[in-house]
Design a protein around this ligand. Structure first.
Ligand code: TEU
Length: 527
């Protein structure tokens, strides 16, 4: 499909795997790479073009692996580099690419360079790799500035000799000092390490971080913000991505340049804040979180979709309904709405990301006992922010049995319980329970992905809004395709069509006997 000027990622459907919660191949209750390899045929049958793996690197797991202690290895609990290479081989055989997570804003306090910095004296070369400062107030007992941690509390932690170090996230995640000349080359080496192993690209964690205001002075606003600030969206960061782009484009796999992507996780307040990341020669892609932020309302969703047209189409800013950081769409919007949203996601022009379990309609697990919670936000806010564990509960593969098939059971011993508890009834959402049922979430995703591949317009045509009745979100993609969703409470007529290709739920007939869209239902139409 990919033409010279249209790399594979421009229209790709990418499936996000949270490896610890996907499939456990050795019975220790933690998902791993061998487990994932065993599920590649499932992903191929689902019909995705690529997978994005959240961190699988050695880590003390204070933030689900986003606290990396070695950027160029696999956590022994998840497998080996040999397993990673095997994953690349097996996915390639199915035409699936692998995108890996890169965490350049911070590492783990277990990283050898941070351990060295802690052992070294204030002002040392070793400490310069991070952001160590003296505190304020009498005896320096106050943090050096007013910056908040994203996970609650101050962004600074004091070490025994009295200095403080900066961490925009958990205390176990010290921020790198990107103004030190040793940091950029280190990350370029990491980039090449994984590119050389045949990956399709990177997802860049907190891509709006990295550089902080050089004076480390107080922020104008001490509350959490995604606006340009003393610590986010500093203009120095764009040069880093220009350098990375040159490296990505120097890997001309598949016979054309631009085949390796980097998709930035950029949380921002506006299109203007995001646009510079996508300037020529910058990041190939940044996530489009507008659908995550939007309520289930036709005018709001239309505005959310239009918001990105100001700076990028969906190929540069892939669409997302959910990920490992946000409440599951089924719980945010309701089950029927989440099914309709899936058809919206996959009908929009450009690339789309699906978070594992979305295809099963998994809800947020809201009643995880406090003692079982793992997200550092829960601890750092004293439980006020419940955190993100509820969307990270291990996948149900089978309708019953130990951990609903998450862990292999043919190992001759009883597998350990999953690292996060699965609720009773989880098996009803399992792949096994859904795959034979034409009305299941899984069947809806499979059919939509197949149609998306087969229907030429879904790969090309631009979006043109249809002004439908109140509560209807509808657009055409010329020639021959239309999408419509009804978010109003009363049934609404379908736009002109020759055939209903797919519906997210049963349609009804109006008084005149014509097909109509009930509430929270979407259709794909041939025109
Ligand atoms: O998330 C970055 C980030 O800013 C999130 O905290 C986000 O604001 C929040 O989750 C929205 O609900 C990335 C990763 O996706 C996340 O899992 C990590 O915890 C974080 O970076 C630190 O590495």
């Amino acid at each position: 499909m990919a033409a010279d000027n249209n790399p594979w990622w421009a229209g790709a459907v990418v499936y996000q795997v949270y490896p610890r919660s996907y499939a456990d191949g050795d019975g220790d209750g933690v998902g791993d790479l061998p487990g994932l390899i065993g599920r590649v045929p499932y992903l191929a049958a689902l019909g995705v073009d690529a997978i994005w793996l959240t961190p699988f690197y050695p880590s003390p797991l204070n933030d689900g692996g986003y606290d990396v202690s070695d950027y160029m290895d696999v956590d022994p609990r998840l497998g080996t580099l040999g397993d990673f290479d095997r994953l690349i081989g097996v996915t390639r055989n199915h035409g699936i690419r692998v995108i890996v997570d890169l965490v350049p804003n911070h590492c783990s306090w277990d990283h050898p360079l941070f351990k060295k910095a802690l052992a070294a004296a204030p002002g040392s070369h070793e400490r310069e790799l991070f952001l160590f400062r003296d505190g304020r107030g009498p005896d320096g007992a106050e943090p050096p500035n007013n910056w908040p941690s994203q996970f609650g509390g101050p962004a600074w932690t004091r070490v025994p000799d009295g200095q403080w170090y900066l961490h925009l996230f958990d205390a176990s995640q010290p921020d790198w000092n990107w103004r030190d000349p040793r940091v950029a080359p280190m990350f370029e080496e990491i980039l090449r390490f994984w590119l050389d192993r045949g990956i399709g690209g990177f997802r860049v964690d907190v891509a709006h971080g990295l550089f902080k205001d050089a004076t480390l002075g107080d922020a104008a606003d001490a509350s959490l913000t995604n606006r340009p600030s003393a610590y986010y969206h500093r203009p120095e960061v764009y040069a880093v991505y220009r350098d990375w782009r040159l490296i990505l484009d120097s890997y001309p796999a598949d016979g054309f340049p631009g085949s390796r992507t980097a998709v930035g996780e950029v949380w921002a307040d506006s299109a203007e804040t995001i646009a510079p990341y996508l300037a020529p020669g910058g990041l190939p892609q940044v996530f489009n979180f507008e659908l995550v932020k939007s309520r289930w309302s036709a005018p709001e969703l239309r505005a959310a979709i239009d918001a990105t047209h100001a700076f990028a189409d969906g190929s540069r800013a892939p669409w997302v309904l959910g990920n490992h950081d946000v409440v599951r769409p089924v719980t945010r919007w309701g089950k029927d709405a989440a099914r309709a949203a899936a058809l919206l996601l996959l009908a929009l022009p450009g690339s789309a990301y699906i978070y594992q379990g979305e295809e099963l309609g998994l809800p947020e697990v809201e009643d995880i006992p406090a003692a079982a919670r793992r997200d550092p936000t829960f601890r750092r806010t004293g439980g006020k922010v419940v955190g993100r564990d509820g969307c990270r509960v291990p996948m149900p593969w089978l309708a019953g049995g130990a951990s609903f098939g998450f862990s292999r059971t043919d190992l001759g011993f009883t597998p350990a319980p999953p690292w996060l508890p699965q609720p009773p009834g989880w098996g009803a959402y399992s792949v096994a329970a859904q795959q034979g049922d034409p009305d299941s979430f899984l069947s809806l995703y499979r059919t939509a992905l197949r149609l998306r591949r087969d229907h030429p317009v879904l790969g090309a045509g631009a979006l043109r809004w249809l002004d439908g009745p109140e509560g209807v979100l509808a657009f055409v993609r010329e020639p021959g395709f239309a999408f419509a969703a009804n978010l109003a409470s009363e049934p609404r007529p379908l736009p002109p069509h020759t055939e209903v290709l797919l519906a997210s739920g049963p349609l009804v007939t109006d008084e005149a006997g014509a097909l109509a869209l009930p509430r929270d239902t979407a259709v794909w139409l041939a025109q």
